[in-house]
Design a protein around this ligand. Structure first.
Ligand SMILES: [Zn+2]
Length: 212
């Protein structure tokens, strides 16, 4: 498996959207298409993507999911979300879209509902699902080789907020402990702000340091 990773920022916040291509198998996936706006269109065009295999959603907040429907219509790809997080796709009080947008592309259902420890085949390897609740109850991280897509659970030198529906601080801290205990170093690819590495976060992130 020979992976290449591209990132673009979508939406107003903005949100990091990642494109992973396996040049060996020709497979590709997208993580958290918050909005199908110009930066995402350009990233997909530049990478000469014809079709996607997966659209991975780390959690159900609107700024991570609203591009999933139009991207799927254009490029295909199985939409993946944690099973108990799926209601976020339809419930605007959970996705928090209502106060911000009156019109939006709503996906009615995901194609694959995952649980902790599930794997999805990709290239000659697999994507691993790590349930990391706290920011929302159904937040997950996706692991692929040395890549750790952590949504709004872990940020460079920070962690996700827990004051939104289904969020819980103590649960988040337990999830951060799980992430800190992963074997080896990873590229930390969060849903917002700078990317990092897990070793850097173990040494510098005040949240991780309290659980190590
Ligand atoms: Zn979020």
């Amino acid at each position: 498996m020979t992976l290449s990773v591209a990132m673009c920022e979508v939406g107003m916040l903005p949100t990091n959207c990642y494109l992973v291509q396996d040049t060996s198998s020709g497979q590709s996936l997208l993580v958290d298409p918050g909005f199908y706006d110009l930066p995402l269109r350009q990233m997909l065009r530049r990478a000469k993507i014809k079709s996607l295999d997966y659209i991975l959603l780390t959690h159900g907040h609107y700024d991570h999911i609203l591009g999933a429907k139009p991207v799927k219509e254009q490029y295909g790809g199985k939409v993946v979300i944690f099973a108990e997080e799926e209601p976020f796709l339809r419930d605007t009080s959970l996705s928090l879209v209502k106060p911000f947008l009156s019109e939006y592309p709503q996906l009615d259902a995901a194609d694959i509902l995952v649980h902790d420890g599930d794997t999805l085949p990709f290239g000659d390897g697999e994507i691993r699902v790590l349930h990391t609740p706290g920011h929302t109850s159904g937040s997950v991280c996706y692991l692929l080789n040395d890549l750790l897509f952590c949504g709004d659970t872990l940020f460079c030198c920070s962690a996700g907020r827990t004051d939104l529906p289904t969020g819980d601080f103590n649960t988040l801290m337990r999830s951060l402990q799980k992430i800190a205990a992963l074997d080896g170093n990873f590229r930390v690819l969060p849903g917002h702000d700078r990317t990092s590495t897990l070793d850097y976060e173990r040494n510098n992130n005040p949240y991780l340091q309290t659980v190590l």
